[in-house]
Design a protein. Structure first.
Length: 400
C-alpha cells in the first residue's frame, strides 16, 4: 500500500508539472509571437502575475531570483527582436510585464513541488489566459461574420444629435494628456479585474464572486456580439476619425471588413467597468472613488479612442445588469435585462432600416433603457443573495 501511495504521489506530481509547463508555455509563446510588450492588453494582464506574486510577500531571495529572471527574459526578448510598444507608458508596462513572466516561472516551480502552491499560480495566470482565449475566439469568428453593421450604429448615434465618439475623439486630439490617461485606463482593464478579485479572496465583501462575474460577462458578450457584428468608428472610417465625420445620411448597408474583431456592441469594456464599480460598493470610500474614476475614464476611452459608438454603451447598461443579476441568482431580473439587451441588438441590425426612430423617439428609447436598467439594478434587491466561494488556503473568506 505504501508503494501504491508513493506511485500515485509521483503520478500526481508529474501531471501537475505537465499542466503547469503547458500553461506557462502557452502564455510565454503567445507573449513572444505577438510581441506582448507591444500589445497593451496582454502586457497589463501579465503584469497581474507579478502583483499576485509580490502581494504574498515572498522571501527576499525569491524576490531577487524573480528580478534576475525578469532581466534575463527582457534580454532574451530584445535579442529575439521583440518589439516594444509606442503607446504611453510602454517602457514601464513592458518592464513590469517581464517581471510578471518571471513571477509565473517562480510560482510554476513552486506549484510543481506542492499542490497547495497551484492556487497562487492559477490566480496569476487566469487573466492572461483569459485575454489569449478571448482574442483567439474573436479572431476565429471573423470568417463566419464577414459583414459588419457599423453604419447602422453610426446612423443611430446621429439620431441623438451628435456623433459622440467623434466629438470626444477631437477632445483627445486636443489634449494628449487626457488621451494617454484614458488609453492606459482602457488597456489596464485586465489588471483592474485581477485587483478586484484579489480584494475578494482577501476578505473584501462583494455582492458576487468577481471572477465568476467577469467570466460570465465575457461569454455572454461574445454570444451577443454575433447578433449585430460591429467594430468601431476608428476601424471603419480610418483617417476620417475623429476630425471628419461622414454625413449622417450614410446608407443602411453592411460592409465587408477583414481582420478586425467584431466586439463593438454591447461594449464589454463598459460593462466590465460598471461591474468593477458595482463590486466595490461595500469597500472603503477611497476604493469606491477609484472605481468611479476608473469607470468614468473607461467610458470616455471607449468613445474617444474610436472603439465604440455611443449606442454600444447604452446597450452595455442592461447587459451589465443582466450579468450581475444572474450572478446573484436574481434570474427574473437577469431575463428582463437580457431580453432588453437582445431587443436592442435585433432592432439595430434588422429593425432600424425599416423603422427609423425620430430624434425624440431615439432619446426616449435611450432614457427608457437607462431608467429600466437602474430600476432593475436596485441595490437592496441585488444584495439579498450572494454566491459564496471558498478563498484560497490561508486567506479569510469574505463571509468570515
Amino acid at each position: 500500500m505504501v508503494g501504491v501511495g508513493t506511485k500515485n504521489q509521483r503520478l500526481d506530481a508529474a501531471a501537475r508539472c505537465l499542466a503547469v509547463a503547458c500553461l506557462i508555455a502557452v502564455i510565454f509563446a503567445t507573449f513572444r509571437l505577438f510581441n506582448g510588450a507591444d500589445t497593451p492588453f496582454l502586457a497589463f494582464s501579465v503584469v497581474g502575475a507579478a502583483v499576485v506574486h509580490f502581494a504574498n510577500r515572498p522571501h527576499w531571495i525569491e524576490a531577487t531570483i524573480t528580478a534576475v529572471l525578469a532581466s534575463l527574459l527582457g534580454i532574451a526578448y530584445v535579442g529575439s527582436r521583440g518589439i516594444f510598444g509606442q503607446y504611453p507608458g510602454s517602457g514601464l508596462v513592458g518592464t513590469c510585464a517581464f517581471l510578471g513572466l518571471a513571477s509565473m516561472l517562480v510560482l510554476g516551480w513552486k506549484a510543481c513541488r506542492s499542490t497547495e502552491a497551484l492556487r497562487p499560480l492559477l490566480v496569476a495566470t487566469f487573466c492572461p489566459a483569459l485575454v489569449i482565449l478571448t482574442n483567439v475566439a474573436l479572431a476565429a469568428i471573423i470568417q463566419f461574420q464577414p459583414r459588419v453593421f457599423d453604419l447602422f450604429l453610426y446612423r443611430f448615434d446621429g439620431l441623438l444629435g451628435a456623433q459622440t465618439s467623434f466629438v470626444i475623439g477631437r477632445w483627445f486630439a486636443a489634449s494628449p494628456f487626457l488621451s494617454n490617461l484614458c488609453f492606459l485606463v482602457y488597456a489596464a482593464l485586465p489588471l483592474a479585474e485581477l485587483l478586484v478579485f484579489l480584494l475578494f479572496v482577501r476578505g473584501q465583501r462583494m455582492p458576487a464572486n468577481p471572477l465568476v462575474l467577469f467570466i460570465v460577462t465575457g461569454i455572454a458578450g461574445f454570444v451577443f456580439y454575433q447578433v449585430c457584428p460591429a467594430t468601431g468608428p476608428v476601424h471603419v472610417f480610418g483617417a476620417e476619425f475623429p476630425n471628419y465625420p461622414p454625413p449622417p445620411s450614410l446608407p443602411f448597408q453592411p460592409i465587408i471588413l477583414d481582420d478586425v474583431p467584431r466586439n463593438a456592441v454591447p461594449s464589454l469594456h463598459s460593462a466590465w467597468a460598471l461591474l468593477i464599480w458595482w463590486s466595490m460598493r461595500y469597500s472603503k470610500n477611497w476604493m469606491r472613488g477609484l472605481a468611479t474614476v476608473f469607470l468614468a475614464l473607461t467610458l470616455l476611452a471607449t468613445l474617444g479612442l474610436g472603439e465604440h459608438y455611443l449606442i454600444d454603451l447604452v446597450v452595455a447598461l442592461p447587459f451589465a445588469v443582466a450579468a450581475m443579476s444572474a450572478c446573484v441568482r436574481q434570474y427574473r431580473k437577469a431575463i428582463i435585462a437580457g431580453v432588453l439587451t437582445l431587443a436592442w441588438l435585433v432592432y439595430l441590425r434588422f429593425g432600424l432600416p425599416a423603422f427609423t426612430l425620430s430624434p425624440l423617439g431615439a432619446w426616449m428609447a435611450v432614457l427608457g433603457t437607462a431608467i429600466v436598467s437602474l430600476v432593475l439594478a436596485g441595490a437592496k434587491d441585488l444584495s439579498t443573495r450572494m454566491w459564496q466561494f471558498p478563498a484560497p488556503a490561508g486567506i479569510p473568506s469574505p463571509a468570515e
